[in-house]
Ligand binder design. Structure first.
Ligand code: ADP
Ligand code: MG
Length: 356
């Protein structure tokens, strides 16, 4: 009976997949594809508590705001650090998704939402994500661990008995996971990823040139000339900031070799987390991993030469999956579309224990 009623009203169900990343948040809707892909940044007026802007517009404000406005990231290390702001961001995503729908019945939509969460988050943190989504208007909330979603998005055969080794290098965290039979067999979460690399460049500019540069400048340099290995080609970019001695603006030219050295320490830590996880992987699965190799996901995996370095250090093949910045949200979407067969992989809100 309940099933019949559900089917009757299925046209009112809006299935949304959300990747709440530390750096970028994405929304995927069946038949519409990825409809939102924006930085996870929210600008708040401290005096009134009012939210001024979300996403791209708010990111532009980072480091440029007057003192009463803060442009913050509501997620730190993939976990909600500011509950209210996260809820507002989710509300903004849900409203935007509904308002851009062409359906005649959109006024009565009942959103079913699946959200990717890092592996190893606590029960309390999971509850915070679920509550934020519920308060933002979700009727049903499913949670899935990000490495699983990434692997589904990359079409890896995760439900089979073989081992799949996936490394997701995001903004705040690097998640290393070995997946077999639809579950995570071994995993490691490291708070060194894209943001730390930006920070390394900021430190380098300060130490080497007494130059204070912003986060956006550092990210620009990383993406344009950063690498995990020394490169044959020579590249340079101008670096602008404020000279800490004179207090005046200054521009210097930086070279790729210097940036590679500045990133070396953090890159080594990422590689070492991968090696530790390999050591913890059951030998039977390791033989599959040796054949299939290590799969890289997340924006941080695009650092030049990182795949080559990981392959060299682990003596295993290493491949960046197609479109590594969107694999989590695509995988979440696929999991929701096949919720009946993939039910074991996701956690539905009704399965939550007693309220905490
Ligand atoms: P999250 O899931 O935490 O939101 P993403 O997977 O969206 O993170 O990745 C964001 C990170 O990827 C940022 O730190 C960004 O600087 C980095 N990134 C994006 N493109 C590149 C690139 N071409 N080279 C190096 N790093 C990159
Ligand atoms: Mg991510």
């Amino acid at each position: 009976m309940l099933k019949k009623i559900k089917k009757l009203f299925s046209f009112l169900t809006l299935d949304m997949a959300i990747d709440l990343g530390t750096a970028n948040s994405l929304v995927y809707v069946k038949d519409r594809g990825i409809i939102i892909n924006e930085p996870s940044v929210v600008a708040v007026n401290n005096k009134t508590g009012q939210i001024l802007s979300i996403g791209e517009e708010a990111k532009k404000m980072v480091g440029r705001t007057p003192s009463y406005i803060t442009a913050t990231r509501p997620l730190i290390n993939g976990v909600i650090s500011d509950f209210e702001v996260t809820e507002q961001m989710l509300k903004y995503f849900i409203e935007k998704t509904i308002s851009t729908s062409k359906s005649f019945f959109k006024f009565a939509y009942m959103p079913r939402i699946i959200i990717g969460i890092p592996c190893g988050v606590t029960e309390v943190e999971r509850k915070a994500v679920r509550d934020a989504a519920k308060n933002a208007g979700a009727r049903t909330v499913f949670l899935i661990e990000e490495p699983l979603a990434s692997a589904i998005g990359a079409n890896l055969p995760i439900q089979e008995a073989g081992g799949n080794f996936i490394v997701d290098i995001g903004g705040g965290t690097t998640e290393v996971a070995v997946i077999s039979l639809g579950g995570i067999v071994a995993s490691k979460s490291l708070r060194i990823a894209g943001d730390k690399l930006n920070d390394d460049i900021i430190q380098f500019a300060q130490k080497e040139y007494k130059l204070l540069i912003g986060e956006r400048t550092a990210e620009f340099i990383k993406i344009n000339i950063g690498s995990a290995l020394p490169l044959k080609e020579k590249k340079e970019v101008p670096m602008r900031g404020r000279n800490l001695v004179t207090g005046l603006p200054e521009e210097v030219v930086v070279f790729n070799d210097d940036i590679q050295r500045a990133l070396e320490r953090s890159v080594k830590q990422i590689v070492s987390a991968i090696k530790t996880t390999i050591e913890e992987t059951p030998p039977e699965l390791l033989s599959d991993v040796m054949t299939n190799g290590i799969y890289l996901a997340g924006g941080g995996s695009l650092l030049k030469g990182l795949d080559v370095l990981i392959s060299h250090e682990t003596k295993m093949p290493c491949k960046i999956i197609d479109d590594p910045l969107t694999s989590v949200v695509r995988g979440c979407g696929m999991a929701l579309e096949n919720i009946d067969t993939l039910a074991d992989l996701v956690q539905k809100d009704e399965e939550w224990g007693a309220p905490i």
